[in-house]
Design a protein around this ligand. Structure first.
Ligand SMILES: N[C@@H](CCC(=O)N[C@@H](CS)C(=O)NCC(=O)O)C(=O)O
Length: 142
């Protein structure tokens, strides 16, 4: 009996690379929390319970640039990784050559990791823009 689509090497490669980028995206939540606590910047009134005065409570509700940066990075992941998972799955189902599928998946995952590093450090532009162009281009080529 021929192997089913889900047993194919392309599908296994897709599952592996999709899992890597999804885990990376999920990591953005604990990183946001880390920045919220270290910068003492929260989104909701009820999150500022540790404030010792009404003034401190007010300060804690002011947006912090580091927290906002991680949030933008997370948002950008959502804009790119969700389409990658959907389009990558459809592409894997078309039965492409393993070598070209691996190239697409690796370029996407590599450039997404570069995008995160460039956004969070931050690295000077055009490093982030180039990594974004590479991974969004990958989605178009699948
Ligand atoms: N939603 C994005 C669409 C364009 C995009 O993803 N640009 C890349 C390369 S400049 C980026 O990293 N944008 C920053 C961001 O989404 O916060 C934006 O508003 O910038």
């Amino acid at each position: 009996m021929p192997p089913s689509v889900t047993e194919s090497e392309v599908f296994l490669a897709f599952s592996t690379y999709a899992t890597i980028v999804i885990l990376k995206m999920m990591l953005m939540s604990p990183i946001t929390s880390y920045f919220r606590f270290t910068r003492k910047s929260f989104a909701n009134n009820e999150d500022t319970g540790m404030a010792k005065s009404p003034e401190q409570k007010k300060k804690m509700l002011v947006a912090n640039p580091d927290v906002e940066r991680v949030r933008r990075c997370h948002q950008n992941d959502l804009e790119n990784i969700v389409p990658f998972v959907v389009i990558g799955l459809l592409y894997a189902l078309t039965g492409p050559e393993l070598s070209s599928a691996l190239l697409h998946f690796r370029v996407f995952v590599g450039s997404r990791l570069c995008h995160t590093v460039a956004y969070l450090l931050p690295l000077p532009q055009p490093s982030r823009a180039l990594s974004w162009v590479l991974d969004s281009g990958e989605e178009d080529h699948q």
